[in-house]
Every structure is written in C-alpha cells, then in structure tokens.
Design a protein around this ligand. Structure first.
Ligand SMILES: [Zn+2]
Length: 133
C-alpha cells in the first residue's frame, strides 16, 4: 500500500513536471510567433518606407523592344551606380536598413525584377556597359 501511494506521488510529480514543460513550450512557441509576426511587420513597414524613395514597386527597366518592364513580383533593389558591398553578407532586415539609409543619403536606387537585375549585373561584370533603363 505504501509502495503504491509512493508510485502515485511519483506519477503526480511527473505529471506536473510535464504540465510545466508543456506550458514552457507553449510560452516559447507563443514568443517565437510574436517575434516572427513583429519581424514581418517591421519588414513590411520598411518596404513601404523604401517605396517612398524608390517609387511604387515595379521593375524600372526598359526592355530591348523599348517598352517598360513593369514587373511587380520578385523585385530587387538595384544600385544604379554600382555598390561596394555584398547584399548576401547581410541579413534581410539589415539589408533593408542599409537600403533605407542609402536612399535617405541620396544614393540612386531603383527596383528591378530578378531578370533585369541579373542582365544588369552581367553587363556590368563583363563590361558591356550599363543596361538601358
Ligand atoms: Zn524587369
């Protein structure tokens, strides 16, 4: 009988330990969700702010046929006069901060779709002059 009650106590202790662990887990999950949500909001706000400097979000390139590209998806920020840093070295939000700081200090930036940014980058790399835009 004594042994049984001891086991019951152990089971109870284990149960409460598990409840505490669960609560800790869900707190952690909740905190993580809040962090990512806040981050997403900060990023949205920064993109909006960037829009005030670079204009509405569409590709600024002129295609070879002479018509504007105007693509609105998968846009990247292009430095019209080139840059001396690698965007990939910075985390996304840091990169946005840097773009914002540059835009505020008057560095010419523009939106380019991934295609036209790649074309522009290749032309720069292989010395074919700047892509018309
Ligand atoms: Zn484009």
């Amino acid at each position: 009988m004594k042994r049984l009650s001891l086991n019951l106590l152990d089971a109870e202790a284990a149960y409460y330990a598990w409840v505490a662990w669960e609560q800790e887990e869900s707190r952690e999950k909740h905190a993580r969700r809040l962090r990512t949500r806040n981050k997403r909001r900060r990023i949205q706000a920064k993109l909006k702010e960037l829009e005030t400097y670079l204009g509405s979000r569409h590709c600024a390139a002129i295609t070879q046929r002479g018509s504007p590209c105007k693509r609105t998806r998968r846009l990247q920020v292009d430095h019209v006069n080139g840059r001396d840093w690698t965007p990939r070295d910075l985390e996304y939000e840091c990169r946005l901060n840097k773009y914002l700081a540059e835009a505020k200090s008057g560095v010419p930036l523009r939106w380019l779709c991934t295609h036209h940014n790649a074309v522009d980058g290749n032309d720069r790399k292989y010395g074919r002059g700047k892509y018309a835009a």
